[in-house]
Write a protein that binds this ligand. Structure first.
Ligand code: 5GP
Length: 120
């Protein structure tokens, strides 16, 4: 267990089924669900099931199996919601400068319209 991980964050509560989510897909190591405040017609969050704080923590400390199954789920969700033709954007906010709000690693998968340029 990472000592700096806050077990009271909202995604940890979702993983413990203490609060509901609109689940898209899951596998042994990862879960995906709709963002509660969507910024695009399709806005899905993809998270590992184990407690990693952010992208850096996950990339540095997750096992090969976790990394493999996490990215497999990302691809499975992309196919499930039919984003392969028109495309999509993946964002991961990390830490203070990335404006990360929830301190459990997550990817934002956004699509369903042209998303404009990356940073305004
Ligand atoms: P961050 O700013 O950390 O990259 O993004 C956190 C995201 O979590 C935001 O897009 C926000 O709308 C979403 N979010 C916050 N609380 C909840 C919740 O209780 N349920 C779901 N499904 N999404 C949430």
């Amino acid at each position: 267990m990472n000592k700096l991980y806050d077990e009271n964050n909202v995604f940890s509560k979702i993983l413990r089924s203490e609060i509901p989510c609109n689940k898209i897909l899951e596998n042994e190591c990862a879960l995906s669900f709709s963002d509660i405040n969507p910024q695009a017609p399709i806005h899905i969050l993809i998270i590992p099931k184990n407690p990693y704080i952010n992208f850096y923590d996950f990339s540095k400390n997750a096992s090969i199996k976790e990394v493999e199954l996490f990215w497999k789920l990302v691809n499975d969700v992309i196919e499930q919601v039919n984003l392969t033709t028109n495309g999509f954007r993946i964002i991961s906010n990390c830490g203070h400068d990335g404006n990360q709000d929830v301190p459990h690693f997550h990817l934002h998968l956004l699509g369903g319209k042209n998303l404009g340029r990356m940073i305004n």
